[in-house]
Design a protein around this ligand. Structure first.
Ligand code: FES
Length: 109
């Protein structure tokens, strides 16, 4: 496995530090591999469920980038809890530039 570090705050507020993120793995896959609470990923990463919704730490927002139009449509479905830094974690592919990334798991609808 790789060495990309990611800090996730799960839906219960526990901070989970993960140190074995691999380049090419999605943030959702990494979170599921570590059983991070609140990342359900019902659709398996097909960008059609929004149960992998996370809030990107503001300091990392630019590095992670903006959602594409398909993801944007899915995020509209969770607009009640959407924030400016909302992303679907299955649509974020890890790479060395994201080493140190911090995100918070969004609450369930
Ligand atoms: S896992 Fe379903 S949208 Fe991300």
């Amino acid at each position: 496995m790789g060495e990309i570090c990611v800090t996730l705050t799960d839906i219960e507020g526990s901070v989970v530090e993960i140190r074995d993120g691999a380049e090419g793995e999605t943030l959702m896959e990494l979170a599921r591999r570590h059983d991070v609470k609140g990342i359900i990923a019902e659709c398996g990463g097909a960008c059609s469920c929004a149960t992998c919704h996370v809030y990107i730490d503001a300091a990392w927002s630019a590095a992670v980038g903006a959602p594409d139009p398909v993801e944007e449509d899915m995020l509209d479905m969770v607009e009640d809890i959407r924030r400016p830094t909302s992303r679907l974690s299955c649509q974020i592919t890890l790479h060395p530039g994201l080493d140190g990334l911090a995100v918070e798991v969004a609450p369930e609808l």
